[in-house]
Design a binder for this molecule. Structure first.
Ligand SMILES: O=C[C@H](O)COP(=O)(O)O
Length: 241
């Protein structure tokens, strides 16, 4: 049976003080989360240490939002895998569309980051997704197929999560129809050599649509931005029906 992974991506939000306030609201709502659901919070580098300590032994695993491919070196502003594992970080987002759009990341650099993450024992969450223009041109399937092929070259699929995030659905309130997301995720799964890789959907997931999204047979979880920033909202996503 495939694992379900419900992950929040805080992006560039929350100071340490704000992170603590979030935890105060979330902690009482972590009881009775079904065993097979993995709950992850991918937080800014500056909050990793604090949250890792506070959430130790809880149902919530900590994730980072990026990792460099080298173990150390002259890479100003970058963070190495060993710096994350030392803090108890378990997951790391790789190749998010915002990294690709604003910071020049590519399938090739995503692939290198994935390898470094896995070598350190981190579970990478590889993000793929098409633009509105590509979707309207009927290029979604070819684009996603190419991203998966390039991103996963030489990757161990036994320690991997994939997130399908159509770029036009991110932060827009314009969610992909659950059946449509299910179809693309099925296409991604058909390209994998391992059957048990969890594949998430991401893009304007919120309490109002989580149940419909998680009812789809191919969708194994969600990667959530905006709706992961408030404890009550994130708790509702964790406790989807
Ligand atoms: O990583 C999360 C995605 O970019 C989705 O963000 P969103 O839930 O705010 O649309």
């Amino acid at each position: 049976m495939r694992k379900v992974v419900i992950a929040g991506n805080w992006k560039m939000h929350k100071t340490q003080a704000e992170s603590l306030a979030f935890l105060q609201g979330l902690m009482p709502q972590l009881e009775a989360v079904p065993e097979q659901r993995e709950v992850v919070l991918c937080v800014p580098f500056t909050a990793l240490s604090l949250l890792s300590e506070k959430l130790h032994g809880s149902r919530v695993k900590i994730g980072a939002q990026n990792v460099h491919w080298d173990e150390s070196g002259a890479y100003t502003g970058e963070i190495a895998s060993g710096m994350l594992t030392e803090l108890g970080v378990r997951y790391v987002i790789v190749g998010h569309s915002e990294r690709r759009q604003y910071f020049g990341e590519t399938d090739e650099t995503a692939n290198r980051r994935l390898k470094a993450a896995q070598a350190a024992g981190l579970t990478p969450i590889l993000c793929v997704g098409e633009t509105k223009q590509q979707r309207d041109a009927g290029e979604t399937d070819a684009w996603i197929t190419g991203q998966i092929k390039a991103g996963l070259t030489g990757i161990d699929q036994s320690n991997l999560v994939i997130a399908y995030e159509p770029i036009w659905a991110i932060g827009s309130g314009d969610t992909c129809e659950p059946e449509d997301a299910n179809r693309v995720i099925s296409l991604i799964r058909s390209q994998l050599s391992q059957a048990d890789v969890p594949i998430q959907y991401g893009g304007s997931v919120k309490p109002a649509n989580i149940d419909d999204i998680m009812a789809q047979p191919e969708i194994d979880g969600v990667l959530v931005g905006g709706a992961s920033l408030e404890p009550d909202s994130f708790a509702r996503l964790i406790h989807y029906q």
